[in-house]
Write a protein that binds this ligand. Sequence first.
Ligand code: MG
Length: 229
Amino acid sequence: MKIEAITLDLDDTLWPVAPAIEAAEQALRDWIAEHCPDAHRHWSSADLQGLREQVWAEHPHLSHDFSQLRMIAIERILAPFGMPASAADDAFAAFFAARNRVQLYPEAHAALHRLAERLPIVALTNGNACLRTIGLDHCFHDAVHARDAGVAKPAAQIFHLACGRAQTPPTRVLHVGDHPLQDVIGAREAGLQSVWLDRGMHSWPEHAPPARRFADLSQLADAVLAALD
Ligand SMILES: [Mg+2]
């Protein structure tokens, strides 16, 4: 089947996300320690983790919008300590800057450039990474975040929105991502082609029909570009 565009997951596909989130949570703790020492004394790391989980559980309708969930948690951390309303924005900015200091997988940068030279690539993410802040926006035709779409992968609507941005019918779009359900099976069910970029974090669901699997983005670029020639 012909491929005319790619939709590409970001977190755990181009870079490992856990270290970035860990660093971002540390940056948030550092910001609180510097700007609101009372809150820093009040909230232990375990308390902050508990609060995060509580906010996530209380707002299932915001599960596609990590930025807003994080803001709600930050407001709750600071609220009892008389901080001005703008403080939560500043604290979030510290979190968000660190969240976007990602370390790409070793092969990802070169492979992304090779693909971007030949095909329009639309980023398609459930997370809140900012390609411009990261410095990769020049490789992408566009980006679709679950936050803007109002739904997250694996909903078909968000895949179709991304195909629309690529101005390509779903059957001619290849979706690439690390998550078996959110990426590979979700895209397949939305009528796209899809492959599994297996970063070793998930096992393939037992009863799902198999997908074409690649161990890294370089192998995937080789296969996609060979099929174009
Ligand atoms: Mg991912």
